[in-house]
Design a protein around this ligand. Structure first.
Ligand code: AMP
Ligand code: GLY
Length: 430
């Protein structure tokens, strides 16, 4: 069968890589894909990004199954469009994707359904927002409503920072990813202390299947310093998610979310990612929902997945009231997988493109380099954006996986490359 993966980042490269391993797959198409998937016989890039055009292409090319990677096409309604055409697709509908695309929607949803999250208020009026900040005090967190690619969150340690964030978000809406015609809104919330983890599940409209645990590093620099990014590295499993924490997250967060969506008349299908803050007593709270897999969490996760992902996705998208994920059991490699993101000069503020990449190793059983912001031009691989690639290694423990990933990363060159050298540090307890 022919499969389509929508997107072209590291997450989508990893999805395509895993799907291509299935005996049932003839070819994996990526729209638009990247430089790595352009030159590999297992994949074929399709240079179409428009929703209707891609749906028509999938129909003509008899695509048996489509998986949508990034949030933007999900929020735009690709799943609704593909379903309308009778195509089999895994992902949430546009309505369900609001759990990620609108912070105000997801916070209100959590409040209504009693799902643990930071206390908050929503504001459209800057004066009221400033008053609220003075009332609550710092530290405090200010979030822009709408998809902001990880840049719409300010964790303010001082009142001045919080006030500045409100002015930036409510005063200059043209800089934020606010949908035309919408009033800019900010969510101001309680600062939560603890350790973060990524909790990702698959849903078929009714049944819920958790993936292995994972954790990413959102800050740019070592020791979790510097600005927030899309993620500089990730690993699986995440020791902070103990079996106890896992059970609590399923019972208090994931299941009430899926049931709550159902009650609200929105069946949730697709990957659901709860960003968690776990306090010292193992109590989890929801920082945010994403309606997709994490990037770079997907790269280590899929290196550990032993089950045929095509079978899993076919079960999840079985026609009818809901899928049959209840029949699926996922098998995971017992080893640890760890991915290190190599970023371009200037990332995250002003990533430079066009730097030539050399030193990429061939694929091995224990190391795969998933590409993201790369293009293949004039017979050469070049950078084309911020997070260029993710070196992902599998080993018996975190330390060894780290060692192996860094060994390979050091040999990969492009001008201005940079990466954190401490990915996985939280999972290494001395
Ligand atoms: P979000 O996009 O909402 O997940 O926020 C991005 C990052 O900001 C998170 O990964 C956390 O590191 C931090 N953050 C968000 N909300 C809070 C909060 N209420 N308390 C502490 N840190 C937060
Ligand atoms: N790695 C964080 C995210 O995918 O949102």
């Amino acid at each position: 069968m022919k499969i389509l993966v929508v997107g072209g980042g590291g997450r989508e490269h990893a999805l395509a890589w895993k799907l291509a391993q299935s005996a049932r797959v003839e070819k994996v198409f990526l729209a638009p894909g990247n430089g790595g998937t352009a030159v590999d016989g297992r994949y074929e890039n399709v240079n179409i990004t428009g929703m209707e055009e891609l749906g028509a292409w999938a129909l003509v090319n008899r695509i048996a199954l489509t998986v949508i990677g990034p949030e933007a096409p999900l929020a735009a309604g690709f799943v609704d469009e593909f379903r309308k055409l009778g195509l089999r697709v895994f992902g949430p509908s546009r309505a369900a994707a609001q759990l990620e695309s609108s912070k105000a929607f997801s916070k209100e949803f959590m409040r209504r359904h009693g799902i643990p999250t930071a206390a908050y208020e929503v504001f459209t009026d800057a004066v009221a927002a400033h008053d609220y900040i003075d009332q609550v005090g710092a530290p405090i967190v200010v979030k822009a409503d709408g998809l902001a690619a990880g840049k719409g969150v300010v964790v303010a340690t001082t009142l001045a920072q919080a006030h500045e964030a409100v002015d930036a978000m409510l005063g200059q809406p043209q800089h934020m990813a606010v949908t035309a015609g919408q009033v800019p809104r900010v969510v101001i919330e309680e600062f939560l202390l603890g350790e973060e983890a990524s909790f990702i599940v698959m849903c078929d409209g009714r049944n819920v299947l958790p993936l292995a645990t994972s954790q990413d590093h959102k800050r740019l620099l070592n020791d979790d310093q510097g600005p927030n990014t899309g993620g500089m590295g990730a690993y699986s499993p995440a020791p902070v998610v103990t079996p106890d924490v896992h059970a609590r997250v399923m019972r208090e967060i994931i299941l009430p979310t899926i049931r709550g969506m159902e009650k609200d008349g929105i069946a949730y299908t697709g990957f659901l990612y709860a960003g968690l803050m776990i306090d010292g007593n193992g109590h989890p709270k929801t920082l945010e929902f994403n309606c997709r897999l994490g990037d770079p969490e997907t790269q280590p996760l899929l290196m550990r997945l032993k089950t045929d992902l095509v079978e899993v996705l076919l079960a999840a998208t079985e026609p009818g009231q809901h899928g049959r994920l209840d029949d699926v059991e996922l098998q995971w490699d017992r080893r640890t997988a760890l991915g290190v993101v190599m970023a371009a000069h200037g990332y995250p503020l002003q990533p430079r493109s066009g730097d030539r990449i050399t030193g990429l190793p061939g694929e091995a059983e224990d190391v795969v380099v998933f590409q993201a912001a790369t293009v293949f031009r004039d017979g050469q691989l070049e950078t084309s954006g911020g997070r260029v690639l993710c070196v992902t290694a599998l080993a018996d423990n975190v330390r060894q996986a780290q060692q192996r990933a860094y060994e390979v990363a050091q040999a990969i060159h492009f001008d201005g490359r940079h990466y954190r050298t401490d990915i996985g540090h939280r999972a290494i307890r001395n």
